[in-house]
Design a protein around this ligand. Structure first.
Ligand SMILES: Cc1cc2nc3c(=O)[nH]c(=O)nc-3n(C[C@H](O)[C@H](O)[C@H](O)COP(=O)(O)OP(=O)(O)OC[C@H]3O[C@@H](n4cnc5c(N)ncnc54)[C@H](O)[C@@H]3O)c2cc1C
Length: 226
């Protein structure tokens, strides 16, 4: 049975102009990298007072990090109003979108807020010094939308097996790689498309599109999430 925990908000901060992070006390909450929780807060919302949210922190870290895209919904507005010391309910952990620790090569295809479970898995692999070749292809509309912007460099320094590639679709001021994740980009960074394990997480259109693309590249059953 999945347990429900009452955890304390320890810190809050904006990651970007519209992505908000809530740090919770870890207590004895245990989980696998990539899993999610059902967050419950005290709010009146037609869509209900719970949302599934990926855990963005690694089990090797001493806190639970939840990062959400802020919209003008009662749930999200109440969430960003929470202050350190407030309590929330967390049901979990849940999900099988978890890190395959015995993989040789993993490619993460992420878009926007879909980065949350990948931060968890990537940080875990770095802290545990896992010998997996990891590539993150992270797509955003603008450079200002990149979540955990300052952390990617540090994670690459910590883990020589990790390569993070940002690609930006809609920002004339961006001088790095541009455009959506595509076949050429995947082939450029993936050593062996046939044996690598792919995880996809992002907006539904992106997930479906990349899933179909991988199928045409002879990949079967990649891991996909929202
Ligand atoms: C396993 C899992 C993990 C998730 N992890 C995260 C996470 O880490 N961070 C995060 O921010 N969200 C995550 N989500 C999505 C999250 O649970 C909410 O559904 C989402 O954040 C919208 O909640 P809301 O209160 O803003 O909007 P809601 O009140 O739920 O919806 C308001 C309106 O917005 C529309 N809407 C909702 N979501 C979207 C969308 N993605 N695109 C366009 N329209 C939409 C709805 O159809 C509705 O009309 C996850 C979902 C799943 C299933």
């Amino acid at each position: 049975m999945v347990a429900t925990f009452e955890l304390e908000v320890t810190k809050v901060k904006y990651e970007t102009h519209d992505v908000f992070s809530t740090y919770l006390s870890r207590d004895n909450f245990d989980y696998k990298p990539g899993q999610y929780v059902i967050l419950e807060i005290d709010v009146e919302d037609l869509e209900g007072n719970t949302r599934p949210l990926s855990i963005a922190s690694s089990p090797t870290e001493g806190f639970i990090l939840l990062s959400t895209k802020i919209r003008d919904t009662p749930f999200k507005q109440k969430l960003i109003a929470l202050k350190p010391g407030d309590k929330v309910k967390v049901k979990g952990p849940m999900g099988m979108f978890t890190l395959k620790e015995d993989a040789k090569e993993i490619v993460f295809l992420g878009g926007g807020i879909g980065i949350t479970p990948f931060r968890d898995m990537i940080k875990y692999a770095a802290d545990r010094k896992l010998a997996i070749k990891l590539t993150l292809l992270y797509s955003n509309k603008t450079a200002a939308d990149i979540v955990y912007k300052d952390e990617w460099e540090a994670f690459q320094k910590q883990n020589p097996n990790l390569k993070v590639v940002h690609t930006i679709t809609d920002d004339a001021s961006w001088h790095g790689r541009k455009g959506r994740i595509n076949e050429a980009m995947i082939k450029e960074f993936c050593s062996d498309v046939n044996t690598a394990i792919f995880y996809i997480c992002g907006p539904p259109g992106m997930v479906t599109g990349l899933y179909e693309l991988l199928k045409t590249m002879n990949k079967c059953l990649p891991n996909v999430q929202f």
